[in-house]
Design a protein around this ligand. Sequence first.
Ligand code: CP
Length: 302
Amino acid sequence: MRHFVGLRHIQKERLQHLIDVACEYRRQVAEGHDLTHVLSGRAVALMFVEASTRTRFSFEMACNRLGAHPLAFNAASSSTTKGETLLDTARVLRQVGADVIVVRHKCVGAPQQLAQTLGLPIVSAGDGPNEHPTQALLDLVTLHDHFSTFKGLRVGVVGDVRHSRVARSLCFGLKKLGADVVVAGPGPLCTPDLMALGATHQHKLDDVIGQVDALMMLRIQRERLGGSMLASEAEYRTFWGLTDARSAHMQDHAIVLHPAPMNRGVEIDDVVADGPRSVIFDQMKNGVFARMAVLNDVMGQS
Ligand code: CP
């Protein structure tokens, strides 16, 4: 049984293979190949118990491209509102014929729990502040497009590190592939666990900007922030926002990433998000191919 619930323990070879498969799928789609035979007749339950736009729709598109049936799940109109547990809901999806369950949940460890108990491949679409492995995969595909190699690459991860499953999964992936990670964020939003993985820590965005090949700007996660963690969004922008003036200090070749949704005018300004360094919308496009690679991987195709 193959799952894809995090990058913490993934083998480097599997991760590298997933990047290669995602790039190959992208090439084949661009050339007009029909890939609907790959997962023809399979059913993929999309159990999103937390809000999503990109991840949900890119999984749905990934299913369509590979010929699988996406089974949409709407938490608000499901029997979870009557008290049905996550595990029982997942059992329902298994019993009606799902071959794999993609789950997003606010609770850390929810996908891992299903993976241990359900007897069906589980893919994490993000669990609380823990991991978002398919986001990291699409980020790695995007970085690979620009730099071809991860060895010696320096990637800055900046902002609300504490609540960021994106930061955690990306850091696991980058370190496995030989890249250097520099982490920075306001004191209360910067936890030491990424440093324990070998990421270096800087206290100011201005100390990161000029030394990295790529800068991942993290979203301020209003839904997970306690009131006391952030003085104001205006103050956040002053010290941690990627403004036009700040981005001018990046190396000429350096690129800007963001997992989105963006808080424009807070962690990133419009002129940067929509500017020439930005690969943010490429990331979203790569999400479909990354998720095609993962679905293919967990359903036992080569
Ligand atoms: N980046 C990301 O996970 O976006 P969604 O929450 O819209 O899926």
